[in-house]
Design a protein around this ligand. Structure first.
Ligand code: TXA
Ligand code: MG
Length: 328
């Protein structure tokens, strides 16, 4: 029997924010809005609270969590920042950038999956920032989806996936960016590595740092093998319906299959033809991508044919998520 929905969605009123901050301090989980995707938050300094995140998501303990802070000053509490990290933090925070750095002892091992490093970011979503300030502790939060499924970009997505596992969701509207943060490994500031592409592009980061950033390729290794770069598994963000990617979409000739263009195609509309952004604007496409995959997964299509984005920067981030969605 399916478990009953226990999650309630709270608007970001001052009273609700105070209540949810108090729940977080008491060791409970709260679904939170961020500018990238919704997160599932717990007090990052409380190992038992963080263990609940792994249980609710069905996430393997080998996959570490991102710690969210509300000011650059708070960095030194959870990690040992170097000059390169401070440069990127001052330039891009608050915003969709996560830095991997050597951790301090206050961060429980469950957060970092036993590693001596921790991933930290300062989000820009105003309601989440208020909640962070009221909670008064850093918040560990992975994306608020069941492990392996498409990341949530609305409070309703969180309820649809985790509604029977959690009690509190803060509504902050649809995520304005729609893709998870860019992750840069700065443990060795001489050799920065891009672990995950996002809305802040490699070029922007290289310009700010004044040096090259290496791109780490995802592995397609099975889930429970210990990983060098955790969370880099290829299979991720996957709808149940098979996703097939195309540099150029074929004519939408099969009525049981969906065809998803980046921009609105010319020609007659059809029930199985979709687009991510009317004008092909990649910011719009990124914002819409995960909601579109969820909607089409819930519809009755036998296959989702999706057009790859062209170009680099945000196109790399969109195509990274599409490749993961298509990985079997
Ligand atoms: O935009 C985002 O980053 C969102 C929102 C909620 O902030 N969070 C998010 O978390 O995407 P999640 O759990 O889906 O991704 C966390 C990933 C891990 O899978 C891993 O790739 C990387 O962050 N990560 C975390 N800690 C790490 C560490 N110590 N070393 C290397 N990578 C780490
Ligand atoms: Mg995730």
């Amino acid at each position: 029997m399916p478990r009953p929905i226990t999650a309630r969605i709270y608007r970001s009123t001052p009273k609700n924010l105070r209540f949810l901050a108090e729940r977080l301090r008491a060791g409970e989980l709260v679904g939170v809005p961020t500018e990238t995707v919704y997160g599932l938050a717990a007090n990052a300094l409380d190992a038992d609270a963080c263990a609940k995140i792994f249980r609710a998501k069905g996430r393997p303990r080998t996959d570490p969590l991102i710690v969210h802070i509300d000011q650059v000053k708070a960095l030194a509490e959870t990690c040992r920042p170097n000059a390169a990290a401070l440069k990127l933090a001052r330039r891009f925070w608050p915003g969709p950038l996560t830095l991997v750095l050597p951790k301090t002892a206050v961060v429980p091992n469950i957060v970092s999956a036993g590693q001596p490093s921790v991933a930290v970011r300062m989000p820009s979503h105003p309601a989440f920032r208020k909640l962070l300030r009221l909670a008064g502790v850093p918040l560990a939060a992975p994306s608020a989806n069941v492990f392996g499924y498409v990341s949530p970009t609305t409070a309703e997505h969180v309820r649809a996936g985790l509604g029977a596992k959690i009690r509190y969701i803060l509504d902050g509207g649809a995520a304005s960016i729609g893709l998870e943060s860019t992750i840069v490994d700065l443990r060795d500031p001489e050799k920065p590595q891009l672990l995950r592409p996002g809305a802040i592009t490699r070029r922007e980061l290289e310009r700010a740092l004044g040096r090259r950033i290496t791109v780490v390729r995802k592995s397609s290794a099975p889930t429970r093998v210990p990983q060098v770069a955790p969370g880099m598994l290829l299979r991720h963000y996957s709808p149940r319906t098979p996703v097939v990617l195309h540099a150029q979409l074929p004519a939408p000739s099969r009525p049981k299959e969906a065809y998803v263009f980046i921009r609105k195609p010319v020609g007659r509309p059809a029930k199985n033809v979709f687009w991510l952004d009317r004008h092909g604007n990649l910011r719009g496409a990124a914002r819409r991508l995960f909601a579109m995959l969820r909607e089409l997964d819930a519809a009755d299509f036998s296959q989702l044919n999706v057009e790859l984005a062209r170009g680099e920067g945000l196109a790399d981030a969109i195509n990274d998520r599409l490749r993961r969605a298509a990985a079997r």
